[in-house]
Design a protein around this ligand. Structure first.
Ligand SMILES: O=C(CO)[C@H](O)[C@H](O)COP(=O)(O)O
Length: 215
């Protein structure tokens, strides 16, 4: 599955770019929320998520790169989040946070920074709908893919197979036509792509090409 990240969209033409995603073979709209604290960048917030929800026909996959995300779970759910992903590194009581996301009626995801081993999630995997493996340090689009990600994805896929868990494995950062098939073979289910899609001459065809590589 493919989740184009609107972090790389043209914010002055967000409706146009969302309509492109609607027409495309994309499965989700990836919405990156950055608070300038958890990551050294500020993206956009609840009103933009609401606007995306108004125009998108695909489910919103909201990635909260924010400290203490519990404060904003309800607001982003109300703003249309279908998947709500929090960072392992930002949550003191991750189990409570995940339960709260479910109570709100969203699908809970947990993201891992590049330095965080997948094994830290072993006790909570059955409660998750998605694990997001960051393949760049979060905060900016357009960065170089970290090669160690393949090994992490393989280890996570092995943990999934060995358990009762049934979560999606999502990769975020530096995804392109070179690594998409390899990520898919390693066990990834959802590929987030920002710059590779939106800087392409034909973003809709680029989404279709990426999707082909994951089949
Ligand atoms: O979460 C993110 C940054 O923290 C972005 O979703 C990610 O970097 C995707 O952008 P690109 O495909 O351009 O690397």
């Amino acid at each position: 599955m493919i989740a184009p990240s609107i972090l790389a969209a043209d914010f002055a033409n967000l409706q146009r770019d969302l309509e492109m995603i609607n027409r495309s073979e994309a499965d989700y709209v990836h919405v990156d929320i950055m608070d300038g604290l958890f990551v050294p960048n500020i993206s956009f917030g609840i009103p933009v998520c609401e606007a995306a929800h108004r125009h998108a026909t695909k489910p919103l996959d909201v990635h909260l790169m924010i400290v203490d995300p519990d404060r904003y779970l309800e607001a982003f759910r109300t703003a249309g989040a279908h998947i709500l992903t929090v960072h392992y590194e930002a949550c003191t009581h991750l189990h409570r946070t995940v339960q709260r996301i479910r109570e709100l009626g969203a699908r809970p995801g947990v993201a891992l920074n590049p330095h965080t081993p997948v094994e830290v999630l072993s006790e909570i995997l059955p409660d998750l709908a998605l694990v997001l493996v960051m393949s760049v340090n979060p905060g900016f689009g357009g960065q170089k893919f970290i090669e160690n990600t393949y090994r992490k994805v393989e280890r996570l896929a092995a943990l999934r197979q060995a358990s009762e868990a049934d979560f999606l494995i999502e990769i975020d950062g530096g995804v392109n036509a070179q690594n998409a098939a390899l990520l898919s073979q390693a066990g990834a289910d959802v590929l987030v792509a920002g710059n590779f899609v939106f800087s392409a001459p034909d973003p809709e065809a680029t989404i279709a090409d990426l999707k082909k590589k994951t089949r």
